[in-house]
Design a protein around this ligand. Structure first.
Ligand SMILES: Cc1cc2nc3c(=O)[nH]c(=O)nc-3n(C[C@H](O)[C@H](O)[C@H](O)COP(=O)(O)OP(=O)(O)OC[C@H]3O[C@@H](n4cnc5c(N)ncnc54)[C@H](O)[C@@H]3O)c2cc1C
Length: 395
C-alpha cells in the first residue's frame, strides 16, 4: 500500500529537518516546546499536525535517532484528557512537564470490584471546603510507585446512577494518606501496585471537567488507550515481532519439525494480516476518515498474536524453554513433539547456545497480560459485536 509520503522538498519535511539540524541532540523539554512530542495536539503543546505531517515528523526523528520522552500514561492517556477538558491553568501546570517526561503519570482507575465494569467503582471523593477527601482502594496501578501524578476516578455522588456519579481528578501521588503497596508479577518485576486512600485531601482545583462528569472523560482516556496499545511489536507494540522470531529460527538452521514450522508460518501470516489492518487504519486517517472497525478488530487480534509469538518461542526452545533467560533458538531436544516424515525431513539444528536472549522468556511470562489490560479479549469482542456488527447490547 503506497501511503504517498511527501518528498525531501516538502515544506513540512524541510521544517523538521532544519529544526533537527539546529538541535541534533535535543533535551526532552526542547522537543516538547517545539511541538514534536505529540505533533497533532493543538498549539502550543503540539503543532496541529495533520496525519501526513505526523508521519513525516516520525520518520525524520527516527532517521536522526531522536527518541521521544517516555511517559506512556501521561502522554498517551492523561494528556489527551487534559487537552479535552482541562482548564487553561491545568494545561499550563501539567502538560509541559508531562510532555518532557519530567513528571511521570499513572492511572488510578481499576479497583478490586471494578475492572471491565469500571463504572461500578466505589472509591469515594467527598467535597470538604477547598478539597475533596478520598477514601478507597485502587489496584493494578502501573508505575504508581514512581509517578508524580495519577489520573483518578472516584465516586462523588453515590446516589446517582452509576455512570453519572463519578468525577475525574489529578491526584498528587505524594499526598498524605496514600499508601502504595507493590504487586510483583510473574516476570519477577514490580510494575504495578495496590494504592490505598485514607482521608487523602486533593485540592478542589485538581478536579478535571465538571463534578459528576468524570465518566465522559474516562471514555476519552480509554479511547486513547485502545489506539496507543496497537503497534508492531508482540507486547502492546513493544518487544519482538513475528519477523524477529523467524529471523532467530532461520539463523539457527530452521524449525526442528514440521509441526513447529507450520506454527511459525501461521504466526507470520497473522503478522501480515495485522500489518495490512494497520496500513488500512493509517490510510483511513490520512484520508480524513475515522479508523472505525479496524481499530477494535486489530486490538483483539494483536493481543492474541503477541501470545501466539511468545508461546511458539517457548515451544521452539524445547526443554530449555522452562529455564528463564532462554531464547527461541531451537534446542537439541531429543524428543521432538512429532517424528519427522520422509517427505518433510527436518535438519537437526545446531546445538543451542543457552542461555540466550532473555527478551523472549520475559515476553512469554508477560504475554498473558496482553488479553487483560486495556480491555480484556472478551470485552474487545463485545465492542466488535455491538459497535461493528450491530448486535444487541451485552446485559
Ligand atoms: C499489565 C497490566 C497493567 C495494568 N495497568 C493498569 C493501570 O495502570 N491502571 C488501572 O487502572 N488498571 C490497570 N490494569 C487493570 C486492567 O485495566 C484490568 O485488569 C482490566 O480492565 C480487567 O479488569 P479485571 O482485572 O477486574 O477483570 P474482570 O473485569 O473482573 O474480568 C474477569 C473476567 O471476566 C470477563 N468479563 C468481564 N466482563 C465481561 C463481559 N461483559 N462479557 C464477557 N466477559 C466479561 C473478562 O474478560 C475476564 O476474563 C492493568 C492490567 C494489566 C494486565
Amino acid at each position: 500500500m503506497d501511503l504517498g509520503l511527501p518528498g525531501d522538498d516538502d515544506p513540512r519535511r524541510v521544517a523538521v529537518t532544519a529544526w533537527i539540524a539546529a538541535h541534533p541532540n535535543p533535551a526532552p523539554r526542547q522537543l516538547a516546546e517545539a511541538g514534536y512530542v505529540v505533533p497533532h495536539w493543538p498549539a502550543p503543546y503540539g503543532l496541529d499536525a495533520d496525519p501526513l505531517a505526523q508521519l513525516v515528523i516520525d520518520e525524520e526523528l527516527r532517521r536522526a535517532g531522536i527518541r521521544r520522552p517516555v511517559n506512556p500514561i501521561g502522554i498517551g492517556w492523561a494528556g489527551p484528557t487534559l487537552m479535552y477538558a482541562g482548564t487553561d491553568e491545568q494545561k499550563e501546570r501539567w502538560l509541559w512537564p508531562l510532555l518532557s517526561g519530567e513528571e511521570f503519570w499513572c492511572q488510578l482507575f481499576s479497583e478490586p470490584g471494578a475492572g471491565s465494569d469500571l463504572a461500578s467503582l466505589s472509591t469515594r471523593a467527598e467535597r470538604d471546603g477547598d478539597a475533596y477527601v478520598v477514601n478507597g482502594q485502587k489496584v493494578w496501578t502501573s508505575y504508581a510507585h514512581i509517578a508524580r501524578w495519577g489520573i483518578l476516578l472516584a465516586r462523588t455522588d453515590p446516589l446517582a446512577p452509576k455512570h453519572m456519579g463519578i468525577s475525574y481528578f489529578v491526584c498528587p501521588m505524594d499526598a498524605p494518606g496514600i499508601e502504595i503497596r507493590p504487586l510483583i508479577d510473574m516476570t519477577g518485576e514490580h510494575a504495578f501496585n495496590e494504592v490505598f486512600f485514607d482521608d487523602v485531601r486533593i485540592p478542589a482545583d485538581h478536579l478535571v471537567g465538571p463534578e459528576n462528569g468524570g465518566w465522559d472523560l474516562a471514555k476519552v482516556t480509554l479511547g486513547n488507550e485502545r489506539v496507543s496499545l496497537s503497534g508492531e511489536g508482540a507486547l502492546w507494540g513493544m518487544g519482538p515481532t513475528a519477523d524477529d522470531l523467524v529471523a532467530v529460527v532461520s539463523a539457527a538452521g530452521g524449525a526442528p519439525d514440521p509441526i513447529r514450522r507450520d506454527a511459525l508460518v501461521s504466526v507470520w501470516m497473522e503478522s501480515q494480516i495485522l500489518r495490512v489492518l494497520r496500513l488500512r487504519m493509517v490510510s483511513a486517517v490520512l484520508a480524513g476518515r475515522a479508523p472505525g472497525a479496524e481499530a477494535s478488530v486489530r486490538k483483539a487480534i494483536a493481543d492474541a498474536h503477541g501470545q501466539h509469538i511468545m508461546d511458539l518461542a517457548r515451544d521452539l526452545a524445547g526443554p530449555f524453554g522452562m529455564v528463564s533467560g532462554t531464547d527461541p533458538t531451537p534446542s537439541t531436544d531429543p524428543t521432538p513433539s512429532t517424528p519427522s516424515t520422509p517427505s518433510t525431513p527436518s535438519t537437526p539444528p545446531a546445538p543451542s547456545a543457552q542461555p540466550g536472549d532473555p527478551t523472549w522468556s520475559r515476553g512469554f511470562l508477560f504475554a498473558p497480560a496482553l488479553t487483560i489490560g486495556g480491555g480484556t479479549a472478551e470485552v474487545q469482542r463485545n465492542i466488535v459485536a455491538e459497535k461493528v456488527l450491530g448486535l444487541p447490547r451485552d446485559t
